[in-house]
Write a protein that binds this ligand. Sequence first.
Ligand code: F6P
Length: 350
Amino acid sequence: MRLGILTGGGDCPGLNNVIRAVLFQAIKKYGDEVLGYLYGWKGPINNLIKPLTLLDAEGIFNQGGTIIKSSRTNPYKVEGGQQKVMDNLKLNKIDALIAIGGEDTCGVADKLVKDFKAPIICVPKTIDNDLNATDQTFGFDTSISIVCDALDRLHTTARSHDRVLVLEVMGRHAGWIATMGGIAGAADYILVPEYDFDIDKVAEAIKIRKKEAGYAIVVVAEGAKFANEEILKDQEKDAFGHVKLGGIGDRLAKAIEAKTGFETRSTTLGHIQRGGSPTAYDRVLGTRYGLKAVDLAHEKKFGRMVSLQGNKIVDVDVRDAVGTLKTVDKELYAQTKVFFGDEIKQKVKA
Ligand code: F6P
C-alpha cells in the first residue's frame, strides 16, 4: 500500500509519536510506502510532499511539534481545494491517507469521505481534549502537566507576596485544560467557557480564600466570559472561522483587584502549553493510535477514526467525532466547586 499522512490544525506534543508508529507499522508490518504531506491540508492541495522512511522516525519519540509541519488550511475555503486534494492523492497513487487532527481537520476528512469517497482514516489530536467519540485526545495530558507545573510555581510566588494570581490557559470553547490542570495544580477558582461567571461571586470566594491562606490562585480558560459580556464582533478569524482569543486573564485580574482591593496579577501560558516533549502517557496514546490507524487502512475502513474507549483502542465513525465539541460536563465541574462554589456552607469569621 501507499499511505499518505498529514498533521493539521494547532500542533501538539505526541504528533511525532503517531508518525513514528505509522512508519513502523506501515513499513515493518506491511511493507508499505509512506508519503508525508506537509502543512496539514495545504500539503495535498499544493502537492507538498516528503517521502518518509524509518530514518525519519529516528529520535523523534521525545520531540514535540510535527516533523511534517502543520497549518490551519481548510480545502473547502480554497478555490477548488477539495478537488485538488483528490487529484493529488491520485497523482501520488495514495491508497489511504491518515489525517491527524482535531475537530477542523477531521471535519474536512469527513466531508471528503462523504463528497468523494476519499480513503481517509483519522487520528484524534488536540491539547483541548474537546473531540467527541473518544475518551481522550493525545496532547491533552502534556498540556495539563504544563499547566500543573506553572501552577506549582505560581503558588510559591503568590504565597510569598500575599497576592492573587490569575493563570490564563488555552481552551476556546471547552474548559478541559482549565478544569483538569486547575484540579491538579490546586487552583482556588476555575473559570471555563461552558459557564459564564459572575465576578461578584468570584470576588467573594477570593476574599474567603485570602482570609484562609493569604493568597489565591485563579485559572481561567481563554474562552471564559463574564456573565452578560458582549460577544466581540468583527474580530480576525482563521480559515475555520475561529476568532483569535486572549486577554481574559488581564481583564479578570483587573476586575478582581477592583472588587476586592487585593493586588492581582495575571500570567498567560499561551503556546508553552503546546510545545516541548510529550508526557509518557501521550507518547503511548499517540503510538497506539498510529498503530491502529495503519491496521484500519489495510482493512479499508475509510471514514473511521481511531478512538480510546476505556483502555481499548477502537474505531468509530469520524462523523460521530465532529460537528459538536465535547465540553466539560456539569457533574465534573460541580465537583470542583467545593473549592470555590456557591454550595460552600462553611462560615468564615470576620
Ligand atoms: O486548537 C488548539 C489550540 O491550542 C486552542 O486551545 C487555541 O485556542 C488555539 O489552538 C490557538 O491557535 P493558534 O496557535 O493557531 O493561534
